[in-house]
Write a protein that binds this ligand. Sequence first.
Ligand SMILES: C[S@@+](CC[C@H](N)C(=O)[O-])C[C@H]1O[C@@H](n2cnc3c(N)ncnc32)[C@H](O)[C@@H]1O
Length: 258
Amino acid sequence: MRDARRLLAHLLGIAAERLVVDMPAGLSAAQEAEFAALVARRAAREPLSHITGSRLFYGRAFQVSADVLDPRPETETLIEQALQAPFRDVLDLGLGSGCVLLTLLAERGEATGVGADLSPAALQVAAGNAADLGVAARASFVLSDWFDAIEGAFDLIVSNPPYISEAEMAELSPEVLHEPRMALTPGGDGLSPYRVIAAGAGRHLRNGGRLLVEIGWQQGPAVQQIFRDAGLAQVQVHSDLGGKDRVVSALRSGASPG
Ligand SMILES: C[S@@+](CC[C@H](N)C(=O)[O-])C[C@H]1O[C@@H](n2cnc3c(N)ncnc32)[C@H](O)[C@@H]1O
């Protein structure tokens, strides 16, 4: 019912919360047919954001398509943690729609950022969102397999990598299967991106720089161990609003990038 209201509001071009006030007396035959088509797509478990093309994240609207992960509310935990300390520049590995990088740039008006993704289509969606949010001049986008095409060092590295294990993929809801497989799972135990990111963080963080990654709620101990083994300092796990482990943070300490 709530989704039907949102679809109707989308069709009529009015805010869902204004539907009762601004709803016209009736729909034209063309509008009725279009509404039925939208409802049929949702009934086939296509995510609402893919149908409307937009998702609210940390209070801002992001364009979303079938080429990117639908931004999740729990990823706002990554934003909250990133904003706990100042940063001049930020690298986002696995940019997707750009919801993480672009939110950070919107929240910190002096900061610059680089967003990397292995999907050219995702980079395009993110570039559109950067323009919409007015942060395009402070953002650059790189087609990169994690750190491969990244140069230089940053105050902050953030990542919400694909972390669903091969075994868990079989249990996902039909909505999730509309999203790009590459955004969901790296295969195997779901931890391989953390190993690559931890191994490269030393080279791409300034001394004292922070690394923050989103995790699956059962991955806290494993990701903390990966970070410690890579020589990162002050490794900590942080919970989301539901009380589940959601973010692992660490610092680079040491004399010079290795
Ligand atoms: C879980 S999604 C996160 C997207 C976005 N940051 C968010 O939080 O909604 C992971 C992203 O990592 C990208 N990705 C997967 N493998 C990658 C790789 N080897 N190098 C760079 N990006 C990769 C995917 O294309 C996808 O956009």
